[in-house]
Design a binder for this molecule. Structure first.
Ligand code: TUI
Length: 322
């Protein structure tokens, strides 16, 4: 890949307010994937010039504090922590990022208003994930430095609107930079996101198959083998819709939802399911969260090559169109 000569050009064309805000070289965030985005993945992405993000998920705070400390040893570049606001440990996690001197916090699955003053007083840049225009505006009013507009193409906990529809509307509605997420895994997606007005992209599923990603090899293989219609959203009836790759667990979930099974029974089915997939490689009864774009992810690569390849391709496309 002839990147050596292109490197400077990439930097120039793709620089945005997001790079300046966070002091990163390239406008690419690595999406926070619960139980998957650890020190290994986040530090590799940050070292390569993007923004690596450790996923808090539902883990106890000391588990994530250890990942933060490991990341600080592995890179001196900026990295972030994602706080999943449905977690019972969200309050502890909110304090931990202040104690550990984390510079960037992204949030998911809720509104982080009550932590904003504390984070701001510690100089933390706060970037919530938003699934709608109204929520984006509310986040900005409460002090968000930027927002991640995430379409329903994403893996994990999802909203209703597609990236194509959500991103330009959020761009029009707020004056802070917008990061596009959901369905982006190559340079075409990056270029499209920039055309919609985004100033950076967040990429999850493609980084899942990176060499530095410690997820079970079976999980990587399932993503690498996925086709366009291989994901499904379950949990709409419980108010917590989650996109996963189809398997025996998701089929059971769909069946139970169709007959109106009680929420408790559905939630019970999900207990421990993510660990089954991520840690033990159980591709039938584990929860294999992945985005619709899994079908386009077809090789294992280093984080550095993923970032440079995506930007190089985006750069070429944008140059072709003037
Ligand atoms: O957070 C995500 N995706 C996630 S979190 C996660 S961990 C998990 N583990 C087990 C079960 C469920 C989740 C896996 N995937 N994406 C960001 C996201 N945030 N998507 C949608 C939202 C969102 C929804 C509502 C953000 C804000 C919001 O606001 C509600 C309010 O109160 O204003």
């Amino acid at each position: 890949m002839p990147l050596q000569g292109g490197r400077l050009e990439i930097v120039k064309r793709m620089k945005s307010r997001v790079c300046d805000l966070l002091n990163i070289e390239y406008p690419i965030f690595q999406g926070a994937m619960a139980r998957i985005s650890d020190a290994s993945l986040a530090s590799a992405v940050s070292e390569a010039g993007g923004l690596g993000i450790i996923a808090g998920g539902t883990a106890p705070v000391e588990v994530i504090r250890a990942e933060v400390r490991k990341t600080k040893e592995l890179t001196k570049k900026p990295f972030g922590v994602n706080i999943m606001l449905l977690s019972e440990f969200a309050d502890d996690m909110a304090k931990m990022v202040c104690e550990e001197g984390v510079k960037v916090v992204t949030t998911g699955a809720g509104a982080p208003g009550k932590y904003m003053e504390m984070w701001k007083s510690h100089g933390i840049k706060v970037i919530p994930v938003v699934p709608s225009v109204a929520i984006a505006k509310r986040m900005v009013r409460s002090g968000a430095d930027a927002v991640i507009a995430e379409g329903t193409e994403s893996g994990g906990h999802v909203g209703e609107l597609t990236t194509m529809v959500l991103v330009p509307q959020v761009v029009d509605a707020v004056d802070v930079p917008v990061i596009a997420a959901g369905g982006i895994a190559d340079g075409r997606g990056v270029a499209a996101a920039f055309m919609l007005g985004a100033e950076a992209v967040q990429v999850g599923t493609r980084f899942l198959t990176a060499y530095e990603c410690t997820v079970h090899q079976n999980y990587k293989q399932k993503v690498l083998g996925a086709k366009d219609i291989d994901t499904v959203v379950t949990g709409r009836s419980t108010g917590h819709p989650v996109r996963t790759l189809k398997n025996k667990l998701s089929r059971k979930f769909v069946e139970l939802e169709a007959v109106g099974a009680p929420v408790q029974e559905l939630e019970q089915l999900g207990v421990g399911a993510l660990a089954k997939a991520v840690v033990h490689g159980d591709m039938e009864f584990g929860s294999v969260m992945a985005g619709q774009i899994a079908a386009l992810v077809n090789k294992e690569q280093s984080c550095k090559d993923i970032i440079l390849e995506m930007l190089h391709e985006a750069e070429q496309l944008m140059a072709q169109r003037g």
